[in-house]
Design a protein around this ligand. Sequence first.
Ligand SMILES: Nc1ncnc2c1ncn2[C@@H]1O[C@H](COP(=O)(O)OP(=O)(O)OP(=O)(O)O)[C@@H](O)[C@H]1O
Ligand SMILES: [Mg+2]
Length: 369
Amino acid sequence: MPNIKLVNVTKRFDQITAINKINIEIKDGEYICVLGPTGSGKTTLLRLIAGVIKPDEGEIYIDGKLVNDVPPYERNVAYMPQHYSLFPHMKVIENVSFGPLAKGLDRAEAIQVSMRMLEMTRLAWRADSFPNELSGGMQQRVALARGLASGAKILLLDEPLGALDARLRVELRYRLRELARENNLTTIHVTHDQEEAMVVADRIFILREGRIEQEGTPTEIYNNPNSIFVANFIGGANFLEGFISEEKNGGTLIEIRGNLKVYASKNRFPVGDRVVIAIREEKTKIHKRRTGKKPNIIEGTVKDASFIGEFIIYEVSLINGDVINCKVPIATSKKTFSIGEKVLIELNPEDIMVYPYPPAGLYRELEAV
Ligand SMILES: Nc1ncnc2c1ncn2[C@@H]1O[C@H](COP(=O)(O)OP(=O)(O)OP(=O)(O)O)[C@@H](O)[C@H]1O
Ligand SMILES: [Mg+2]
């Protein structure tokens, strides 16, 4: 059960700094998911740990040992690249058992281990096919089985489930998690799918432009995103621009466009500061009429309604022109709202997150995803 440590690791490709002074520590048996926009350095991070490329600066330790000059095959890692390639002239079973055989297992054992991994990835029935006889998703599952069969204690998986349909992706993400736990594997799993990361990861790393923007458990990152970028990247959120207008009852009033005031119970900025407030789509409430005296009731008009799985997202435009998306679970929503209907939106003061106005503007932050 090896641990992994990176100290001030930097990797450049000509002018591009793909990984910029990264410091991370991953514990024995931890399951890490790495999320980040395209080009943020996710693949480069895995390749550095796998040993396929070397850092320009900094140290990489595996199990306490400096491995900067240790070749990939001596690092005890199974690396499944984003653009994996199978040996085209070998059958599926031969592809998968390549690693175990290379490690010195006898043929019967190697086949047994490989068949187990092919069963896990639901491909045992295609063991005798050649890669070009399989679909893209099946080839990806062979590559995954090959990585898992190698017997390495560190798994580096670059979008291992990306080419699969939704149902299989959900099934395999849990099987992967189980397998890692049963075999005490230390796993780094790069994914574009934030839901996947939220459900399988012990900890999530969010990469942005070669740096770790935030790391934490899924709950920490969801409840306390430390930047607009992270709040936007993990879970849908609404963002409104404003400034701190008054301190009140331990919290603050924030004035958004059109003289609208919103009360937030958490705030760390002084009166006068320009800020952005964020509120999760699923934390908003939508009402037909006012019930009791509650803070943060804002009038709006339903512009659109979209059905997403078990939720409806209502797009509500406020009188100031801003738009708030309200995500309502279908099962619990007693009322539905029609397009054009006047509604009241309720924002709980506890759920309002406040960020400094970004120097390059709000849209630059939201586009970066
Ligand atoms: N071999 C290389 N030569 C030159 N530039 C490279 C090389 N590998 C990566 N880069 C650059 O480093 C940056 C990070 O790339 P990387 O592949 O790590 O991103 P990523 O987060 O995996 O993106 P994606 O989600 O698209 O897979 C990008 O700007 C990329 O162009
Ligand atoms: Mg990549």
